[in-house]
Design a protein around this ligand. Structure first.
Ligand code: SF4
Ligand code: SF4
Length: 615
């Protein structure tokens, strides 16, 4: 380094900097692959030479790469002479596989000529076993062979994997014969060239989703410890479904469905997987086809169509609540509908948020204060089904906060819906229709550039994520993706100088998994801190309830509670009684209430306490 080119060096003394630096290192294997741009594969991935020879070796290695037309990502243990490499091999055509073979053979010759090892860290595996004779020679290979024969005389244990007739270009995941069908789909897969098959090729098996130390991905694997209930397992099953080997039933295959059934659609994978494997989207797509010409279970209608039947039930909330909670009637109803008996139905509010807002608007006498970036900056407050029908207090608090910050709040006159519950059941034709009608209802504010504030993170994620995947060419959809904001984004962008009213106290904040994956940000913590709250985040990923997941009777309910008990619920129980429990997601608040008996509130409700103190 002393005599080499100028290189900026930064010392990471601070613990936070050290953790960030290691994160970069740890994510190297995943970040080496950029689907559609650099479809990097391993195979030649951890050759090692003596560190003194590393420079010369790498220059020769680069020459082989150039000769074969490959790009390469280097990372890893340069100091030990063991450098990880991942190349953009073409393993889908006969010519590509031939080039791959030539590359592997030349690399093996090179590393042996430097006295190095074909595999300095991981072991040769099937991909490099054919090359072992180059490194060990015939005598040692015969000794390996003889040794295996002693223990496996009938050649039954993993035959022809390391010893025997091994071929490095056989049994490739893709291979020249890989011709997946290009199926008609509901989602447009804009990040995968419009192809479901290309999307399914994303997973390259590095197993970050099986990391039990990860808080985000994958909760169903954490709860079950079964490969088929991991992101990777689901991805693999879908891949085999497209390949038709060994899964032959296509969209109607039950093994694939069973694996997807326990996916919470928490969006942990598109947020955390290095190549954004997006099982919630693939699950919704699969279910849409699986149930294409089949009768659905009743709970799909009961839970998926909540935004349709809910407003009707909400007209007589007492009756609806009585029926859904009456001993005798409620359990029988749940059994009939296939809903978990342990789970209480949410109670309808006495007055919906929309009704409250309409009544209030008709009696309002004074315009809001003007402390936001523009006088009376317009904002559409999205009346999501959960806030509207069950917890209007969150909406009322948001209106108070927004007006205090100088916004002119509007709520759409027409009943609108983002269709969130539909995705859990793959009701995608209706979901698309619902989005189109929403875009029509919001056309004026969309065209006027008015921000749309969504209090419920799972609904915000529909506008930021599913919308762009279902209607990628719709101009209004494109604008709504950009105009959708959560509370802290709205205040940061449009009222940066507004100081939230002071609220004393501590808060335990649980971020909704969709917010973490799609919207990111501080999940309200920074906003609360600005209001003087001593806010701490929970260590939990998904709360376990995830929309309607835990309302399903049977295994889903059990898995949901197991996930909740892993981190979130014990943390909530150990929080002091006067600590605010803050969760912007209706599901998370429901899970907290069911699991601990404590009430969690939306960020807006905490801020509104400060307003009450001033009033
Ligand atoms: S799904 Fe899991 S195994 Fe596949 S690429 Fe993502 S983290 Fe790796
Ligand atoms: S959405 Fe969540 S539960 Fe489903 S595969 Fe991804 S991380 Fe696992």
């Amino acid at each position: 380094l002393k005599d080499g080119p100028q290189i900026d060096v930064a010392l990471a003394i601070d613990k936070v900097d050290q953790v960030s630096a290691w994160k970069v290192r740890e994510s190297a294997v995943g970040d080496s692959r950029a689907p559609g741009y650099m479809d990097a594969e391993g195979n030649w991935e951890d050759a090692a030479v003596h560190p003194d020879k590393l420079g010369a070796y790498l220059r020769d290695f680069q020459q082989i790469l150039d000769d074969h037309g490959y790009r390469c990502v280097y990372y890893g243990h340069f100091g030990q002479g063991c450098v990880h490499t991942r190349m953009d091999f073409d393993l889908k055509s006969a010519a590509g596989v031939k080039t791959f073979r030539s590359f592997m053979e030349k690399c093996a010759d090179l590393v042996v000529s430097y006295g190095g090892s074909l595999a300095g860290e991981y072991g040769e595996g099937h991909g490099r076993a054919e090359l072992l004779p180059k490194m060990f020679g015939p005598e040692l290979m015969q000794a390996f062979n003889d040794f295996k024969r002693i223990w496996d005389p009938d050649w039954k244990m993993n035959p022809n994997r390391l010893i025997g007739d091994v071929k490095l270009d056989e049994g490739l995941r893709l291979g020249p014969d890989y011709r997946p069908p290009q199926l008609e789909t509901h989602f447009a897969y804009p990040d995968d060239g419009g192809s479901f098959a290309t999307a399914i090729e994303r997973c390259f098996g590095m197993a970050k989703c099986r990391n039990l130390g990860s808080l985000t991905m994958c909760p169903s694997f954490h709860a079950t410890r079964e490969e088929r209930h991991s992101t990777r397992g689901r991805s693999r099953l879908l891949f085999e479904m497209l390949k038709g080997d060994p899964i032959t039933e296509g969209w109607r295959d039950d093994a694939v469905k069973e694996s997807l059934d326990l996916c919470l659609a928490c969006k942990g994978c598109p947020g955390d997987c290095p190549v954004q494997v997006d099982i919630p989207t693939y699950k919704a797509e699969f279910l849409a086809h699986y149930y294409g010409k089949r009768r659905r279970p009743l709970n799909h209608y009961a839970l998926g169509l909540l935004p349709w039947w809910g407003p009707i039930a909400a007209r007589t909330p007492r009756l609806a609540n009585m029926l859904s909670h009456a001993p005798g009637i409620a359990p029988a109803g749940k059994r009939m509908l296939g809903i978990a008996e342990e789970r209480d139905a949410p109670r309808f509010a006495r007055q919906t948020f929309r009704d409250w807002f309409a009544a209030r608007a008709s009696t309002a006498t004074s315009p809001p204060a003007t402390t936001a970036s523009g006088p009376g900056q317009r904002v559409v407050l999205w009346p999501d089904t959960f806030t509207d029908l069950f917890e209007p207090d969150a909406g009322k608090a948001a209106v108070g906060v927004l007006e205090a910050a100088g916004f002119a709040v509007e709520v759409p006159h027409k009943r609108v819906c983002c269709g969130r519950p539909l995705y859990d059941f793959g009701m995608l034709t209706l979901a698309k229709r619902t989005l189109k009608s929403t875009l029509e209802a919001l056309s004026e504010p969309i065209e006027s550039g008015v921000p749309v504030l969504v209090l419920e993170p799972s609904c915000a994620s529909v506008f930021r994520d599913e919308l762009r995947k279902l209607l990628p060419h719709d101009e209004h959809a494109r604008r709504l993706v950009a105009q959708t904001v959560v509370l802290e984004e709205l205040l940061d962008r449009y009222a940066p100088d507004w100081d939230p009213p002071g609220v004393a106290g501590k808060a335990l904040v649980h971020g909704h998994c969709h917010q973490k994956a799609v919207i990111r940000g501080s999940q309200g913590r920074d906003l609360l801190t600005r209001a003087g709250v001593d806010a701490e985040m929970t260590q939990a990923g998904c709360c376990g309830l995830a929309g309607s997941f835990d309302y399903h009777a049977g295994e889903q309910y059990e898995v949901s509670m197991r996930i909740g008990e892993q981190f979130l619920l014990p943390q909530v129980r150990s929080a002091a009684a006067d600590t605010f429990l803050v969760a912007d997601g209706f599901s998370c608040r429901t899970q907290i209430a069911a699991g601990t008996g404590r009430r969690a509130v939306h960020t807006a409700e905490v801020l509104a306490r400060g307003l009450q103190a001033i009033a």
